[in-house]
Design a protein around this ligand. Structure first.
Ligand SMILES: [Zn+2]
Length: 135
């Protein structure tokens, strides 16, 4: 489940697409994902909470609630900074965890920080010495 977040960070559109559940795959194309990913720079991607259950534990366990990964992200897309927070649900297909859908808690464009503000990526640097350089 966590591997999808590394795939986003490293711009691996194939992997992102392949790990969508079939019903979610139908709503987008690999081309769209690749185009969006190539225009997006991830500044911070943190998993806050993850059920981290193995396939085996889930299949043989009594709890059939779908596992959830709760994460926050900051990214830069088309010269605008965004903050998002989502609780993602996963399901099993072909003996693999696949992304099913998620509850979006926050997804908003941010005002560009002032030069001397602390950077929004969570580094301890000033904005002008950090993510401002990626604009
Ligand atoms: Zn930064």
């Amino acid at each position: 489940m966590r591997s999808r977040y590394s795939a986003y960070a490293s711009n691996n559109a194939d992997y992102i697409y392949q790990t969508y559940a079939e019903q979610s795959k139908a709503q987008q194309s690999l081309t769209d994902i690749a185009a969006w990913a190539s225009q997006t720079q991830w500044l911070r991607l943190s998993v806050l909470q993850s059920d981290d259950i193995t396939l085996d534990e889930y299949i043989h366990g009594n709890d059939k609630t779908l596992p959830v990964v709760h994460f926050i992200a900051f990214y830069l897309h088309d010269k605008t900074f965004y903050h998002m927070e989502e609780a993602s649900r996963f399901t099993i297909e072909d003996q693999q965890w696949r992304y099913l859908d998620g509850d979006i808690i926050t997804h908003q464009a941010l005002k560009t920080p002032k030069r001397n503000d602390p950077c929004l990526c969570g580094s301890t640097k000033k904005f002008k010495q950090c993510c401002n350089l990626k604009l």
